[in-house]
Design a binder for this molecule. Structure first.
Ligand code: SF4
Length: 445
């Protein structure tokens, strides 16, 4: 459980020596509480302080990873119930369910591999494959697992049979698979397979009391990387159980439920499946298993997930600079907008659509959109003129014409005055989707 600044202060030397770079031990304690400093910065911290603060620094929900490398799925490590209290850290993973006797396994592996889309500078994808033991044949199961692993996709081994799980773990050796699942009937055997193979272990029980007891049992068997399935399958059950689990872990530091959660949204109806998956994304599932990954489902779910898991206190931003869109030359149009990611990517996309090479000057407005930045007094004539001059726009283009967003047309006159030196300001369209027509007309003129 996180300690308050005052509780941390009691553990510090209280000499105010300043060697940590902060004027007082109390100020340093406050920084530690806000996770803006590390105890290593105090050379005089006692062993007791290190022990207590080390334990307090453990996340209330344990981090569990499936897979290795860039595509690994990291789950857990969450600390709050509501994203506005801090942020959510590890986006809900989506895993496609594949039966080991499915005739279309190769196509499904390829579909997961090719599910990547780029949105506002981030690459979003279906994250894992759950191989389901339908055949009861360990060799067949292991062969499918090998195909998934060969494609560098994190794998979940879905079986209640310890011998099949063992074959799957061997097939995914060194790739940190997750076994689904241990229950009351097979916990000892599954725990043994997970420990021996370096796999994480999902546990399943009906209801939170039974899940708590099973979690304590599996932990007692020496498994640290546990993932929870309460048996919830409807939206109502998922919201109830997952909220109780998150609350117990984040608010009460209740260790038996301090693990990531796996949910199953699998439905024959793709729309219903998408809706249930959305519930899991919004309400604390660390990973949701689905039956289908049609592009329309992915776009909806990826977008939702990206929005839930961005930091609500830090707008998504792109770097301040002049971007080339296409292959512009000295005569190409020069436009300006703010560094809010969504603004940048929408404008850049529409300029690309226009096929008119352009220079796009992106000004740092702390990630605010055009109108918000203008209303906040950041995207002003004075600031824009200063930015355009300091960034050397006149050395990038051979003309002195700057296109501003239509929403801030009110700035055009004052901006021309502030820029001076013969600069001309042209008011562009209000909406980005009007840019292609505007630019084509401009170069044709
Ligand atoms: S280095 Fe340690 S003892 Fe010195 S001021 Fe910082 S917290 Fe206090």
């Amino acid at each position: 459980m996180a300690l308050s600044g005052v509780e941390i202060f009691k553990l510090l030397p209280k000499t105010n020596c300043k060697e940590c770079g902060v004027p007082t031990c109390l100020a340093f304690a406050m920084k530690l509480a806000a996770k803006q400093a590390s105890l290593d910065q105090c050379p005089y911290a006692s062993d007791e302080a290190k022990k207590v603060l080390g334990a307090a620094a453990e996340p209330p929900i344990r981090v569990v990873t499936i897979g290795t490398g860039d595509n690994a799925v990291k789950m857990g490590d969450e600390v709050v119930l509501f994203r506005h209290d801090k942020k959510f850290f590890n986006p809900t993973a989506i895993a496609l369910a594949v039966n080991d006797d499915d005739a279309n396994i190769d196509a499904k592996v390829a579909a997961v591999k090719n599910s990547v889309i780029e949105r506002v500078g981030q690459f979003l994808r279906v994250n894992a494959i759950t191989v389901i033991d339908k055949s009861g044949d360990a060799a067949k199961f292991a062969a499918v697992v090998a195909k998934v692993v060969a494609a560098d996709i994190p794998v979940i081994l879905h079986t209640k049979n310890a011998a099949v799980a063992e074959a799957g773990v061997k097939s995914a050796a060194g790739k940190k698979p997750m076994i689904y699942a241990a229950d009351e009937s097979n916990a000892e055997a599954m725990a043994g397979v997970a420990k021996a193979g370096g796999a994480s272990l999902a546990i399943t029980a009906k209801g939170l009391d039974a899940l708590t007891a099973l979690s304590e049992k599996v932990k007692g068997l020496g498994v640290d990387d546990i993932v929870l399935d309460s048996g919830a399958r409807t939206a109502k059950e998922m919201i109830h159980d997952y909220t109780m689990i998150r609350r117990a872990a984040a608010k009460k530091n209740f260790k038996p439920l301090g693990y990531p959660v796996i949910g199953f949204a699998c439905r024959d109806n793709a729309q219903a499946e998408t809706a249930i998956t959305a519930v899991g994304i919004m309400k604390y599932a660390s990973l949701v298993v689905v039956n289908s990954i049609e592009k329309w489902q992915n776009i909806a779910l990826f977008t939702l997930r990206q929005n839930i898991f961005t930091d609500p206190q830090v707008p998504m931003q792109v770097e301040e600079k002049i971007y080339k869109i296409g292959e512009p030359d000295a005569n190409s149009p020069l436009m300006i907008t703010t560094n809010f990611s969504l603004t940048y990517f929408i404008v850049a996309g529409e300029v690309e659509n226009s096929k008119v090479p352009c220079w796009l000057a992106i000004m740092n407005n702390e990630g605010l959109s055009v109108l918000t930045a203008w209303a906040a007094g950041k995207f002003t004539a004075g600031n824009i003129a200063k930015f355009i001059n300091e960034i050397g726009a006149d050395k990038v283009v051979g003309h002195k014409e700057l296109i501003i967003p239509g929403y801030v047309s009110v700035l055009s006159g004052s901006l021309e005055d502030k820029l001076g030196g013969g600069w001309k300001v042209v008011v562009g369209p209000r909406e980005a989707n009007q840019l292609p027509a505007f630019l084509k007309q401009k170069v044709a003129a």
